[in-house]
Design a protein around this ligand. Sequence first.
Ligand SMILES: Cc1cc2nc3c(=O)[nH]c(=O)nc-3n(C[C@H](O)[C@H](O)[C@H](O)COP(=O)(O)OP(=O)(O)OC[C@H]3O[C@@H](n4cnc5c(N)ncnc54)[C@H](O)[C@@H]3O)c2cc1C
Ligand code: HEM
Length: 395
Amino acid sequence: MLSEPSAATVRATLPAVGAAIGEITERFYARLFAAHPDLLRNLFNRGNQAAGTQRQALAGSIAAFATHLLDHPGSRPDAMLSRIAHKHASLGVQPEQYAVVHEHLFAAIVEVLGEAVTPEVAAAWDEVYWLMANALVAVEKRLYEESGEAGLRPWEVVERIMESDDVVTFRVRPADGGEVRAFRAGQYVSVGVTLPDGARQIRQYSLSGAPDDAVRQFSVKRVHGDGTTPDGEVSHHLHARVREGDVLELSEPYGDLVLDGADGTPLLLASAGIGVTPMVAMLADLAQRGHRAPVTVVHADRSPAAHALRADHEAYAAKLPEASVHLWYEREAPAGTAEGLVDLTDVTVPAGTRAYLCGPLPFMRAVRAQLIGKGVAPADIHYEVFGPDLWLAAA
Ligand SMILES: Cc1cc2nc3c(=O)[nH]c(=O)nc-3n(C[C@H](O)[C@H](O)[C@H](O)COP(=O)(O)OP(=O)(O)OC[C@H]3O[C@@H](n4cnc5c(N)ncnc54)[C@H](O)[C@@H]3O)c2cc1C
Ligand code: HEM
């Protein structure tokens, strides 16, 4: 909880800090990477930095945290903290790095806001920062203890499967022959590769196999540039260069979009495009656990040929006694599927359904609105964003 004088100062300065926070975080990253170029090469996603998306996520989360402290002094925004901590843990972020971020963030605040940063203002925002940082450090500590591992370790590619023109699955096992622990369906791993210029870049990939498989598997869609933006660095590298026998660096599984306590609950798993990956793992898990409540599977894709992991997606669903599968393709829709974009008008959504969404933001927004229209409680709609989570900042 914020101390009373700090709360008053934060309340008075939140509009000014909020208005300048985009500029503050831009200056912050410029300072951070000038002092520690290795962080940009080897830890942060330089594509997100170039596109500016990570900046928005960090800025939005701090503003959202401060607002929460003021509006709900007795509680913390746990969902947001958990989402960030899981991402940090997958990257191996360490407690001592928070002081480094603090130093450059506060220098950036002074640079942008100048004399408005009186000692009281600095002290109040310092308190906000450390409340958030300490909360994140605590969750990350617990996550590291649970996984038994902080950081990435070498895994060997034992199989590489082309799922479609643009999606490849890698099946991997620890290079040192160590154990493969079961994961929670819906979780992701961070995958690190060394690019031709020597930089180590890390991206997250949802595990797309069954949770108790003896090997881990993830499926990567090649991200194409659109003429004004470049091709995705890591996805292209994985497609073009990584073969059986090669070694990748992987984290342990993290992520809180999981099916905990779903036994007996009607579920709806809605995905589009490569957003299918966590859903396949969830269906494998439900099939293995003999889930008997209704499961509504919704998927949208450009065409049946583009629908990655389609055989697994349908086969696991077929093992569930109460599953119904609804597919939409923008073109070449075969009999039994629909053409066009997802439209849930004729889909029965049982009362008490808990929904999991993964796909592009416009898809998730459309599905969320339709589900709420059908009576699904907003709190029962969970989602994963395959990029910096700008939704949580807007929440
Ligand atoms: C929790 C989670 C789970 C995920 N699961 C999966 C999964 O199962 N499968 C999967 O395929 N992906 C998944 N992703 C996405 C994945 O992590 C990567 O984001 C994706 O592979 C793209 O990485 P990249 O290195 O190829 O692209 P990047 O190089 O990171 O580029 C990303 C985008 O930024 C643009 N960009 C880069 N530089 C610039 C610039 N200078 N100016 C403007 N734009 C620029 C690129 O054009 C591209 O559109 C997941 C992400 C998260 C967060
Ligand atoms: C209080 C301090 C911090 C806050 C509020 C914060 C906030 C965030 C947020 C909101 C995200 C995006 C989460 C998502 O993808 O959904 C993120 C990602 C990330 N954070 Fe932090 N963070 C903090 C400290 C740190 C520290 C100390 C480090 C390590 C130097 C760090 C490294 C990263 C990295 C590498 C990413 C992923 C970047 C990317 O994929 O582009 N963060 N953080």
